[in-house]
Design a protein around this ligand. Structure first.
Ligand SMILES: Cc1cc2nc3c(=O)[nH]c(=O)nc-3n(C[C@H](O)[C@H](O)[C@H](O)COP(=O)(O)OP(=O)(O)OC[C@H]3O[C@@H](n4cnc5c(N)ncnc54)[C@H](O)[C@@H]3O)c2cc1C
Length: 411
């Protein structure tokens, strides 16, 4: 495995950093001011998107683009350092059409949409003219186990009728969110993993009600993590994604790339926290010493560097495996990074907040926002425990096929 960045990727990293420095960093304050004043999308977002697209910094995440589709066609391994750069600013990814959950939704549509579905929904998503959401989690059941999902999708002539309640649906409050990919049950009597299907639901369909945008740790996200009720929502049968009963398999396929993208961006957030921590530790003195001269602070800096490097290497290995053998064969690595990296995100950010003193938890630095998002990522796309469970099960299964080392020691 060779994880060094190719000259093409190095050049793209420089170009992306330059774009961030010139067009995004100077607008951080304006973004917050406009969002706090209730203006969303912010006034400059479309201009920035147009500029990014014209400079070729667009859809950097999709490896298997078809001819004529906009984007770079980078592999997952090539995309990793770019996602990391975008991850240092919470809203930057959208400028490059690389934000969750649209990226995962585009990957899914790219994989299984019909020609008509591609034309109607994938094309505008790839062009960044609409946004989307993915609706799986429900308030009434433990949704970390996707087989629990209760929302019904019932065939009625040429239509399906959808009834149920979802929550924490990211992006559903975005004014440009036009389409929901919903997971529900078409056949509750089928084998456990064949009961579910996915279906496309335009958000303006009669019976779809966005009830509220749920704050995360009292932090308000303008794009939303919404509760949505579906009351006898009727959509054409042609809106089904894949075939009836394929929803569980599609969810697994969607979550692989989605999870690694979150992890790539989290490495960027952790790098920012470490950079801020080291800068602050060289500026302030207590008890006659710079903060970095206190052992506790310098240990925190060193541990953060070690942990970021470890996590980055595992993310790069996972990206390489997805490229080489596919997301299914890389599922242990994907589970490992998903259990590891959100924790790294919060741990390093927490150390940085501590070094900043009280200011660290104020809105005067991005640290509190980054910590909040890192904490949320320990649930989004499945809680830590479920990923740990998957890793342990694969380890046990693998161990059962091999002779254990104990025999050698016990003879
Ligand atoms: C910011 C944010 C954005 C989100 N965006 C979306 C979205 O866009 N679309 C969407 O559909 N969902 C989204 N979610 C929801 C997220 O995917 C779920 O919260 C997650 O899958 C867990 O489901 P749950 O909340 O029902 O928790 P439950 O399933 O009720 O689990 C509760 C807790 O039980 C424990 N637990 C569960 N299973 C096990 C196990 N096997 N072993 C040990 N402990 C276990 C864990 O501690 C877990 O946190 C988002 C969540 C957040 C916080």
């Amino acid at each position: 495995m060779d994880f060094s960045y190719s000259p093409k990727v190095e050049a793209l990293c420089q170009q992306l950093k330059g774009f961030m420095d010139h067009h995004i960093v100077p607008r951080i304050r304006q973004w917050h001011d406009e969002v706090n004043a209730g203006m969303y999308p912010v006034s400059f977002m479309e201009d920035l998107k147009t500029r990014a697209k014209s400079e070729g910094l667009w859809n950097l995440f999709l490896p298997h683009l078809n001819a004529g589709e906009p984007g770079t066609g980078l592999s997952n391994l090539e995309y990793a350092p770019l996602a990391e750069i975008m991850g240092s600013i919470s809203w930057a990814s959208e400028v490059f059409n690389c934000n969750a959950p649209d990226t995962g939704n585009m990957e899914l549509l790219h994989m299984c949409a019909t020609a008509a579905q591609r034309k109607q929904w994938l094309e505008p998503l790839l062009n960044g003219s609409i946004r989307s959401a993915f609706a799986m989690t429900e308030p009434d059941v433990a949704s970390s186990d996707a087989t629990n999902i209760q929302t019904s999708i019932t065939r009625d002539g040429d239509d399906y009728i959808i009834s149920g309640r979802k929550w924490f649906i990211t992006n559903a409050a975005h004014p440009n969110c036009k389409i929901l990919i919903l997971m529900g049950k078409t056949d509750p009597a089928a084998e456990t993993h064949r009961q579910q299907s996915m279906i496309l639901v335009p958000i303006d369909t009669a019976g779809v009600e966005v009830v509220r945008n749920i704050n995360i740790m009292n932090h308000h996200s303008p794009e939303g993590h919404c509760e949505i009720v579906f009351r006898n929502v009727r959509v054409p049968a042609s809106n089904l994604l894949g075939e009836e009963g394929s929803g569980f398999a599609l969810a697994q396929a969607r979550l692989g790339p989605g999870r690694i993208h979150h992890c790539m961006r989290s490495i960027g957030a952790a790098e920012l926290a470490l950079a801020m921590m080291t800068e602050r530790a060289q500026q302030r003195k207590s008890f006659g010493k710079y903060l970095y001269e206190h052992g506790a602070v310098s240990d925190g800096i060193a541990r953060s560097r070690i942990e970021i490097e470890q996590a980055r290497l595992l993310v790069l290995k996972t990206a390489w495996m997805i490229d080489e053998v596919g997301a299914k064969a890389a599922r242990k690595e994907i589970a490992m990074i998903k259990a590891l990296v959100p924790m790294l995100h919060t741990t390093v950010t927490d150390r940085a907040m501590q070094v900043f003193g009280a200011m660290g938890i104020s809105p005067d630095t991005p640290l509190a926002d980054h910590w909040t998002w890192g904490r949320a990522l320990r649930f989004a796309d499945g809680p830590d425990e479920v990923h740990l469970r998957s890793i342990a099960r694969m380890e046990i299964k693998q161990a059962q096929t091999q002779f254990g080392p104990m025999a050698a020691y016990l003879t």
